[in-house]
Each structure stands twice: as structure tokens, then as C-alpha cells.
Design a binder for this molecule. Sequence first.
Ligand SMILES: *[C@@H]1O[C@H](CO)[C@@H](O)[C@H](O)[C@H]1NC(C)=O
Ligand SMILES: *[C@@H]1O[C@H](CO)[C@@H](O)[C@H](O)[C@H]1NC(C)=O
Ligand SMILES: *[C@@H]1O[C@H](CO)[C@@H](O)[C@H](O)[C@H]1NC(C)=O
Length: 339
Amino acid sequence: MTATMKLVSSVRRLGCVLAFCFLALFLWGLPVARALDNGLAMTPTMGWLHWERFMCNVNCQEEPDSCVSEKLFLQIAEIMASDGWKDVGYEYLCIDDCWMAPERDSEGRLQADSKRFPGGIRRLANYVHSKGLKLGIYADVGNKTCAGFPGSFGYYDIDAETFADWGVDLLKFDGCYCDSIKHLADGYKHMSLALNRTGRSIVYSCEWPLYMWPIFKPNYTEIREYCNHWRNFADVYDSWQSIRSILDWTTSNQERIVPVAGPGGWNDPDMLVIGNFGLSRDQQITQMALWAIMAAPLLMSNDLRHISLEAKALLQDKDVIAINQDPLGKQGYRLRKVQ
Ligand SMILES: *[C@@H]1O[C@H](CO)[C@@H](O)[C@H](O)[C@H]1NC(C)=O
Ligand SMILES: *[C@@H]1O[C@H](CO)[C@@H](O)[C@H](O)[C@H]1NC(C)=O
Ligand SMILES: *[C@@H]1O[C@H](CO)[C@@H](O)[C@H](O)[C@H]1NC(C)=O
């Protein structure tokens, strides 16, 4: 049995718990809408993102090994390059919220917290690039980031230029502290164009539809013209309940979101939490299989310095990754629900 078949059969065994059956999509027929024209994310982005595992831990005094700091990213970069992660495709090392200093500098530019990132982002980017990897960073379309650090509202151009200048390769742009749908849409579009004007290739990861849903149904054709991937639903947590709620949301909305996915633009069901504490072995296998079938960005959030051999083998399974990275880029969908 190939690893893929083993995964599929494990998923089948979980049938009564899971109650889902996905199939690769061939018949959805519609031509995929125009994608953001930056030549990036032609297959789903693969990498690592600190949020689910390390969250906003800024306490480097008491927890020097698990606070959001330069040291953490240097160590993860080293491991991504040396432990086979880069070789199977995990390329983007991504910083989430809580990297910033509480204030902009005297020229209005964002700056990293100088205690936790003494070398600044540029030096970190240089190191990450020297390992053959790419660096992702985080900012917010509104007045503050979700954790309360400076937002990009009013600073979209200067922030895009700052990121390009530092050598950043991906921007995750959050949607907290944004007071209207118009500011949200205008802000996401403005930043997309600002990134383009820098001339640097920067993957643009949006949360635009997530913040739009409560007010009205997003226009995914439009979002795809501006973003390389977009979050639709709440943050993932390290629990089966969270994974299930994401799958439930995805299948309930599949007619709206599946047709729009394809090379250059993807639905983002959030991070892989494989290798942490909350999922059983079968549940970890299920997340890997379904994220692959959903053509989801594969952004792990775990501690690569301390990960079981089993979780590592699952995350590095080349057959499953090949399904996720299929160049056709058709997102699988639920064919029927098994009770
Ligand atoms: C900017 O957009 C144009 C098309 O609108 C595209 O040809 C170009 O490659 C883009 N540049 C970058 C750096 O994304
Ligand atoms: C940011 O705050 C200013 C001042 O309170 C407000 O006018 C503006 O609409 C806010 N912007 C967003 C995106 O919420
Ligand atoms: C959605 O956006 C596309 C592209 O911007 C536009 O052509 C289309 O009319 C929009 N659809 C709706 C229902 O507004």
C-alpha cells in the first residue's frame, strides 16, 4: 500500500466520526477567475507559521525558548533547511503577530521589538535566505494588529516599501481594528497594489473574506484578483473540534469557494497543527489528507525542534504533498456525507 492509500484508508476508518468524503474536482467546469498577477503561489504555499503554537508569547525572560523572537526563527530556519523540510517543499518561514515594537519609528516605519529581534528583520531575512528559505511577515489592514501593535491603516505604501526593503517574501495581512467594510476592501486592495509597486515578489496572504462574512457575502472573484490566498473562517486550534468546524464550514460553503481556487489563488483553512498535543494519530492523518485534498496552503505551526518521528514522517509524506501541489490546482470537495 502506498502512503497515500494508507492515508485514504485511515480517513475511511474514521468515516463515522468524520462523515466526509472528498473527491478531486474535475466536473466543476467553470474557468477559474483571474488570479493576482504576481506569478506567485502557482501551487499552494508551503512553510511554517508561528501563531498556533507560540501565539503572542513575548515573555523572553521566563520562556526564552518559546517566546516570539529572532532566536526562535533562527532555530526553526536552521531545522527547516537541515531536517528535510525544505527538501519536500516547506519553504516559507513566517512570522505572525507580536513581532513589532509598540510604536513606529520617527519616520513612521514599522520596527521590530529591539529586545526580541536585536538584529532586526533585515538580518533575519538574510539568514533565512542564506538557508535557501523565504521569510514571511505579518501586519494588519486596520488601526492595530489583533494583539494591539501598530496597524497599517494610513501607512500601506510605507509598510509595503519597508517589507520589500527588508527582503520579506510573504505578507500575512490581518483584518482587526477595521471599522468598516469599505476600509477593509479598500485596504486589502491598496496593500496588494502597494506590494506590486515595490517590484519585489511578495506572496499576499489575506483575511479579507473572514472579516467580511459577518456583514455580507464576499465576492471571491474580486478577492482572487488581489490575494494569493485568503482565510475564510476562524483560527485553527490544536483540537479535533477546531479541525471539524473548519471542515464543516468548508463543505457548507463549497459551491461558493471551491470553483475560485486555482493556480495563483487559494482558500486558506489555516495552519496544520500536526506535531502538537491535541490531535490523535488518526486525527493528524486526517488533517494532512484533507488539507492536501483541499489544495490548502500547508503552513505548519508546531515546534520543529521537538517533534515526533511519526508527525515528521506524516508532514513530509511526499505522496500526500504531491496531491496538494498538483499543478492543475483543483480543490477537492465533499461528494457525499456518510452517516
Ligand atoms: C505587478 O503587476 C503587473 C500586472 O499588473 C505584473 O505584470 C507584475 O509582474 C507585477 N509585479 C510584481 C512584483 O508583482
Ligand atoms: C482608524 O482610526 C481613525 C481615527 O479614529 C478612524 O477615523 C479610521 O476610520 C480608523 N480606520 C479603520 C480602518 O478602522
Ligand atoms: C465581483 O467582482 C468581479 C471582479 O471585480 C466583478 O466583475 C463582478 O461584477 C463582481 N460581482 C458582484 C456580484 O458584485
